[in-house]
Write a protein that binds this ligand. Structure first.
Ligand SMILES: Nc1ncnc2c1ncn2[C@@H]1O[C@H](COP(=O)(O)OP(=O)(O)O)[C@@H](O)[C@H]1O
Ligand SMILES: [Mg+2]
Length: 252
């Protein structure tokens, strides 16, 4: 396995009305290619901030983030945009889908922009939308569909280019259990097909799909639980119990 992400001494400070808030302090994190890593922690502990800074959406205050051996802090804006388009997929809470495009066009856009064969992109979009039960939203506008449907559309868009890494911030936050299971099945499939995943969730069940869980609190990583690869969905309940026990000890 090779190292995909190498984070060193990462700090992020927000300054609001002259008051500084050290949200992330000296974070070190390695993510191997093919891993499925979950970040958990109390609300406001900086989980979303961690995803934003690691993916280069928001610059770090100090420290380095290397993606495939290249420090993303030294990349130009264009290089970073290109990297995101070709190698990263995003499922963020406040994901800005284009308002003037229908759902289908939003999903295929990154594929077309990356120059992938259009027919293949269309086929994959259709297949993903069927698997996630949102095919009937294809020609609708963003404002015409529910939060849960929008969340699944974001997942389809994130998966369209089979990205090297997927950043997912509470990807099941707005979903009922059936839709949540559909999302986790597709994320798990994407992981099996080679995409590395860095996900934030509050759900112990959702987290139990991942290989490794990191607990973020007071600006730092307080602990790490190795769950190993999920071989069979039948393992979910026992993994969930193990995770629950570990989280309780951390004061979750
Ligand atoms: N753009 C921002 N400007 C100022 N403060 C922010 C900003 N984004 C997040 N914060 C602050 O950083 C802290 C961590 O936020 P966040 O990363 O969203 O936490 P989590 O995702 O774990 O709930 C919070 O105190 C939040 O108020
Ligand atoms: Mg958050």
């Amino acid at each position: 396995m090779s190292l995909l992400l190498k984070v060193r001494d990462l700090c992020k400070t927000y300054i609001v009305r002259s008051v500084s808030n050290n949200v992330l302090c000296n974070i070190d994190l390695d993510i191997e290619e093919g891993e499925f890593v979950t970040v958990m922690g109390p609300s406001g502990s900086g989980k979303s901030t961690l995803l934003y800074t690691i993916s280069g959406m928001d610059p770090a205050s100090s420290g380095t983030v290397e993606f495939e051996g290249i420090n993303i802090n030294t990349m130009s804006k264009n290089e970073l945009t290109e990297l995101r388009l070709r190698k990263m997929g995003f499922i963020f809470q406040q994901m800005y889908m284009m308002k003037n495009l229908c759902i289908m066009d939003n999903i295929i856009l990154p594929g077309y922009q990356a120059g992938i064969d259009k027919k293949a992109v269309d086929r994959r979009a259709d297949e993903l939308m069927r698997k996630l039960d949102i095919i009937d939203t294809a020609s609708k506008e963003i404002t015409e569909i529910s939060g849960g449907q929008l969340q699944r559309a974001c997942l389809c868009r994130a998966l369209i280019n089979s990205p090297k890494i997927i950043f997912a911030d509470e990807p099941t936050g707005a979903l009922n259990s059936k839709a949540s299971n559909d999302v986790m099945r597709e994320l798990n499939n994407a992981n099996k097909e080679g995409s590395t995943i860095l996900m934030v969730t509050h759900s112990e069940r959702v987290a139990s799909y991942s290989n490794r869980v990191i607990y973020l609190m007071d600006g730092g990583i307080q602990g790490e639980l190795l769950l190993g690869k999920l071989e069979d969905n039948d393992e979910i309940p026992s993994r969930e119990r193990k995770l629950h026990h570990w989280l309780s000890e951390l004061g979750w």
